[in-house]
Write a protein that binds this ligand. Structure first.
Ligand code: FMN
Length: 191
């Protein structure tokens, strides 16, 4: 089985669902410091270069960043409605901020590629801070060439992938795992 067959399947799923904007939304689960789960929707922003690593943008002051800095494991659950398939990904996560050498250029490229309305969300007050409805909502223009300090990436480095295809006969499922030597092992399993 080729090393990253799951990545080819995921790229194919993205292509088959390319007309559905929400097919690029995935659920990203983390663990809180007290052991409780946390989960939220995020946007898939692509792979890091030619690697298997998945990029998500984030406000560095958001809870998910603190959670991943404390416990760097994430679970992704991603359903593709047109092709009726699910990918569940277990990944080690790293956080890219303005001081990180890894993916520094990617951070700037992704920032530049965001629409202005998304970039502006990084000028909003602190995420999760109390909102006073009497105060006008403050946001400001951004500089596409210079990401602000609170703009970061979550880079997900998968170690396990579970791919379920509902449209099989009856269904198809594959389990992939990165072995100790860094090679992907995959096998077909019962759904
Ligand atoms: C459709 C959709 C897409 C979203 N995309 C992102 C995203 O790419 N990055 C992000 O940090 N939050 C995104 N959010 C907001 C998160 O779901 C979440 O509310 C926010 O990140 C705060 O989560 P946290 O406090 O657990 O960090 C999105 C929400 C929705 C509904």
């Amino acid at each position: 089985m080729p090393e990253t067959l799951w990545r080819a399947s995921l790229v194919l799923a993205l292509y088959r669902n390319r007309h559905v904007a929400h097919a690029r939304y995935m659920q990203l689960a983390t663990t809180c410091s007290d052991g409780r789960p946390a989960n939220r929707t995020v946007v898939f922003r692509g792979f890091l270069g030619e690697s298997d690593s998945i990029i998500v943008v984030t406000n560095l002051h958001s809870a998910k960043v603190a959670e991943l800095q404390s416990i760097p494991w994430a679970g992704v659950c991603w359903y593709f409605p047109m092709s009726r398939e699910q990918f569940r990904i277990t990944a080690r996560a790293s956080i890219v901020d303005g001081n990180t050498a890894e993916a520094a250029l990617t951070r700037c490229e992704i920032w530049r590629g965001l629409v202005e309305s998304t970039r502006r969300s990084f000028t909003w007050p602190e995420p999760g801070s109390p909102r006073d409805s009497a105060q006008p909502f403050m946001e400001s223009e951004t500089d596409p060439e210079n990401p602000p300090a609170n703009f970061g990436l979550v880079v997900l480095h998968p170690v396990e992938v579970d791919h379920l295809e509902l449209d099989g006969n009856p269904q198809n499922r594959w389990a992939y795992r990165l072995d100790e030597a860094g090679r992907w092992q995959g096998r077909e399993v019962h759904p």
